[in-house]
Design a protein around this ligand. Structure first.
Ligand code: PMP
Ligand code: GLU
Length: 397
């Protein structure tokens, strides 16, 4: 017999970022030189003192199950960091440590959404948001933002998207895939509407520490008094400390939500990796100069990418205030032919670019915005120089 996959998983789109990265790896394994701008993961190795803490954790025997929602040391470190950086006072019981921020988001949606509930998601959005919402039977209410608004949801757009089924708003600032950032005033205006309509807000702040000079980050929970009661903050170590493989992320939420997620996790995964949790404590409480060094490097790359996009005819992007992505408007190049092959959409554009020029990017359609391609600049300057020379050649042809 052929087993029949459940309806809910049949409807699930696999992650396009992971798929493009896998395709690039496949081509590399087959002997091609591929310039890989697909995946958003820092190319740096995890700082030595964090690896050392993992070794020490193993030697100290921290190789067993932990409390399902995470070790007290890590919850405390998370609370201390939000206090120190944003002046927010949380109880460690409000923190749930998960197997990465992606899993943390899955926990949030699972414990809060019922079938038919609507979640307002501004597009372009990170690939996993809409799919993880759909897994619960809830409905993503996608709102198209505009490049001229720096891809930010306006209060008018938010108001128009709210229905009697709306349960929450999902925000990501700095944004994957656009790099744009909401100012405290812009967040405040959205917060006022969330209060008026009694909505929850999930604020994905995983790129908080990757903010470029001239831009300021504000945690959503700080922009109006009393917002914490309706806010779920999502964060993790993957991007800040080059720890994507360690799989540690977390949420800070109202206590009853945290309790429900802890219970869910106790049935689903028991606990996040014990050794990784101790490494994450070292990341949060240890020296932070590694973060500054990585940010300095990302800043140079961001400047290079911004310059090259402006130089190539027909390409444009919004200003990147944070994170390590450029969301390139390629719409002027669609509807044209490359060596006799007509390219009508971002998927064809990205696949042809990979096929002809060996540059891996991700199609805008995967982020809910046709006419764009995302590049990750979490890769070396050399790789970026060559990649953009090839993109330039590709669009010229
Ligand atoms: N949120 C955003 C916006 C991301 O870009 C990522 C990157 N994968 C995640 C969450 C999840 O990160 P992780 O699961 O590695 O903690
Ligand atoms: N967040 C990164 C990206 O968008 C990693 C891959 C993923 O988890 O989607 O490329």
């Amino acid at each position: 017999m052929t087993p029949v996959i459940s309806r809910i998983v049949q409807a699930l789109e696999p992650s396009a970022t992971m798929a493009m990265a896998a395709k690039a790896k496949e081509l590399k394994a087959a002997g091609r030189t591929v310039y890989d701008l697909s995946l958003g993961e820092p190319d740096f190795t995890t700082p030595q003192h964090i690896c050392q803490a993992a070794l020490e954790a193993m030697e100290a025997g921290h190789t067993h199950y932990t409390v399902a929602s995470g070790i007290p040391e890590l919850k405390q470190a998370v609370v201390d960091q939000y206090q120190a950086r944003h002046g927010l006072q949380f109880d460690p019981a409000q923190v749930v440590v998960a197997n990465g921020a992606k899993h943390a988001l899955h926990n949030v949606f699972t414990v809060l959404l019922n079938p038919g509930d609507e979640v307002v998601i501004p597009a372009p959005y990170w690939v996993s948001y809409a799919e993880l919402v759909k897994l619960t039977g809830a409905v993503p209410a996608i709102v198209q933002t505009r490049q001229e608004d720096d891809f930010k949801l306006t209060p008018e757009q938010f108001r128009a998207a709210v229905t009697d089924k709306t349960k929450m708003l999902l925000l990501c600032s700095p944004s994957n895939p656009t790099g744009s950032m909401y100012s405290p005033e812009e967040l405040g205006a959205l917060a006022d509407l969330a209060v008026e309509h009694d909505l929850l807000v999930v604020s994905d702040e995983i790129y908080e520490r990757l903010v470029y000079p001239g831009h300021t980050f504000a945690s959503f929970a700080t922009v109006r008094p009393g917002l914490a009661e309706r806010t779920i903050l999502v964060h993790g170590v993957s991007k800040t400390y080059a720890m994507t493989g360690w799989r540690i992320g977390w949420t800070i939420s109202p206590a009853n939500v945290a309790k429900a997620m802890g219970g869910l996790q106790s049935q689903e995964t028991s606990n996040p990796c014990s050794i990784s949790q101790f490494a994450a404590v070292a990341a949060l409480t240890g020296p932070q100069d590694c973060v500054d060094l990585m940010l300095a490097e990302f800043t140079k790359r961001r400047d290079l990418v911004t310059r090259r996009i402006a130089e190539i005819p027909g390409l444009s992007c919004a200003e990147m205030g944070g994170a390590f992505y450029a969301f390139i408007n390629i719409s002027e190049h669609l509807g044209r032919s490359y060596n006799g092959v007509r390219i009508d959409n971002s998927t064809q554009w990205c696949l042809e670019l990979l096929d002809r020029q060996n540059v891996a990017t991700v199609m805008g359609s995967a982020f809910g915005a046709e006419g764009y391609a995302r590049v990750s600049f979490a890769t070396s300057m050399e790789n970026l120089e060559v990649s953009f020379a090839r993109i330039e050649q590709f669009v010229a042809q």
